[in-house]
Design a protein around this ligand. Sequence first.
Ligand SMILES: *Cc1c(COP(=O)(O)O)cnc(C)c1O
Length: 225
Amino acid sequence: MNETFADRLEKVRRRITDACEQAGRPADSVKLLAVSKTRPPEAVREAVECGLTLFGENRVQEAQNKIPLCPDHLEWHLIGHLQSNKAKVAVKFFKMIHSIDSLHLLEAVESHAATTLPILLQVNVSGEAAKFGMKPEEVAGVIDAANQMRHVEVHGLMTIPPFSPDPEKTREHFSNLRKLRDRLQDETGTPLPELSMGMSHDLEVAIEEGSTWVRIGTDLFGSRN
Ligand SMILES: *Cc1c(COP(=O)(O)O)cnc(C)c1O
């Protein structure tokens, strides 16, 4: 028998619950974002039938086409790199943006937002050259700038560590994001409760290191090829 979406969801939920227990954290301290990139609206609908309402997309163009074809009570989060010239469309479709990676982009998003918009600042904690994300030392300045803005509200940090098949190798990057968050809270006086980190293969380690949003594609919807 093929695994159904419900089966895969149950497994992912159990992994989240187990990791929370392992880390001594309440099970509801971690939110599950279902990453539906590359999946058709039918796949989203199946997920909705299983009770999911929080979905992540990484490209504005794809989301713009897909979201109108999906049930309308869902909450969409942008998790991929955003170009400033697409900020106007992005603020129309997304309830939260996890991938603000520059002051310039923050300003573009602010200028188009019509209401309060929760955002996360994406940080390149590993220093890996090819990755999006601001440098750790840039983040405090961006938080200060955001605190002067009317619409955007920084709720925390996000990172995408370099891929390693061994999640233990990723732990230090998650841990560094949490420590950076702790330091920035002290330095800027801005509450930063959210940490968006952890994907299908490393959600346990991310939760042990303090994640509040795990972004799961493959282990919910199957492999993308
Ligand atoms: C695709 C993607 C994910 C989900 O990755 P999986 O390994 O399929 O769970 C999470 N975060 C971002 C930013 C992504 O682009």
